[in-house]
Design a protein around this ligand. Structure first.
Ligand SMILES: O=C(CO)COP(=O)(O)O
Length: 132
C-alpha cells in the first residue's frame, strides 16, 4: 500500500512518535509525504519516504493529485485544529478527494491508530483490487 504522511507543525512531533511506534508496519509499505514531514520522519525512523514539496509550496496538492489518480491507499494527516493555514483550501481539496475516491484518511492520532492496525490486519486489502 502507498501511505501519505502530512503533519501540521504543531503535530510533527506526534507524527514522528507515531512513525517510530509503528515503524515495523510502515516499513512494509510505500511512504510519501509533504516536504518537512517526510524529512523529519525519515531522519527519525530511517524509513524511506518519497518527499513532495512542503505543504505551503503545494505539497498537499501533489498528494491530492496522486489521490485523484488512485495512487494513494491511505492518508495520515495530523492536523492542528487551532491554527488557520493560508493554504487551507488546498487541504480541503485533499480531504474532499479522499471522500470522492473512498481513501481512508486519519486527521488525528486516535483515528491513525485504528487505520494502522486495520492496515496490518488486512482491512485495506480491497485497495489492491480497485487499484488494478
Ligand atoms: O503544510 C503542511 C500541510 O498542509 C505540511 O507540510 P510540511 O510537511 O512541508 O510542513
Amino acid at each position: 500500500m502507498t501511505i501519505a504522511l502530512i503533519a501540521h507543525d504543531a503535530k510533527k512531533e506526534l507524527m514522528i512518535q507515531f512513525c517510530i511506534a509503528y515503524c515495523g508496519i510502515l516499513s512494509k509499505h510505500t511512504l510519501c509525504a509533504t516536504g518537512t514531514t517526510g524529512k523529519l520522519v525519515s531522519e527519525a525512523t530511517g524509513l524511506k519516504v518519497e518527499r513532495f514539496l512542503s505543504g505551503a509550496q503545494g505539497g498537499d496538492q501533489q498528494i491530492a493529485a496522486r489521490i485523484a489518480c488512485n495512487e494513494i491507499d491511505m492518508v495520515l494527516f495530523f492536523r492542528d485544529p487551532h491554527t488557520v493555514k493560508e493554504h487551507e483550501p488546498n487541504e480541503m481539496t485533499l480531504l474532499r478527494l479522499c471522500d470522492v475516491h473512498n481513501i481512508p484518511i486519519a486527521t488525528n492520532i486516535a483515528t491513525g491508530e485504528m487505520l494502522i492496525h486495520g492496515l496490518e490486519r488486512g482491512d485495506l486489502d480491497w485497495r489492491s483490487i480497485v487499484r488494478r
